[in-house]
Ligand binder design. Sequence first.
Ligand code: ASP
Length: 314
Amino acid sequence: MKRIIILTTGGTIAMTHTDTAGGAVPMLDGADFLQAIPPDLADVRVEEFCNLPSAHFTLDHLWNLARRVAALVARDDVDGVVITHGTDTLEESAYLCDLTIDTRKPIVFTGAMRVASDAGYDGIANLIAAIRVAACDDARNKGVLVVFNDEIHAARDVTKTHTTALETFLSPEWGPLGRVYADRIIFARQPTSREFIPTTRLEPNVHLLKIAVGMSEGLLEYLVDVVGARGVVLETLGGGRVPPWWLPTIERAIKNGTTIVITSRAGAGRTVDRYGYAGAYRDLARLGCRFADGLNGPKARVRLMVTLGAGVEF
Ligand code: ASP
């Protein structure tokens, strides 16, 4: 039997409604999960990392979680790791592990959209599916995976798309890698791209701004002049366009040593050099902006924290 560790971090999968809190709060622990898992799935052990809503995660939590997962997959007596996680920031933790852990062993993130006291709690179904994927030979060497609603997604591609739907995790550009069926697990495609960036730290002074029509560049000025940002990700319009009045501040930021990374607020797709008007992609390229190649804003920020931490170019 495959030896799988469940690393618990909290999130809705670990929550239940309590009258004292007046809402759902983290309650379930590793033992609760263990007793719900069929014994013939795998040789499963549980380790508790924390029990937090993912909105309470600091960058230290994020970093220490990735390092703990790295230590677990390095062990000879571990064949795969499943991480239970709040859905709100799951994609950032999963992508950080994908970028910074060099392993062929399956690392699978999962969670739930309904709390344990809700009718139709999806937590145990997702956990069992995630364990089955982590124990599956075909899941080796696929990078970090996210298993939700019987779909298998690549950490680089997946994003939370809906506030409450069970099918919230989608990979908008390329679709899932595979699917969990009752009788077998099928991978229909390989991950589109995978990379490993070794680093001993995350650069914390990295920020994310979304641009909207007619918006002033004042927040970027503040980040550069007052906060001293080392890096800023701009979720720009369409395939990489900004209002032209942003260009002088972007130029000054780059001259001052702030890395500016361009991604799109569109929700899917790469940034592309297509237009000749002021503020379009080629102006941003000329000023020295970096481009996030299809990563969404939160994940481009994770990659920028990693690359700045490692002292390598984005
Ligand atoms: N509030 C939860 C979180 O910790 C949401 C969830 O897990 O679905 O992210």
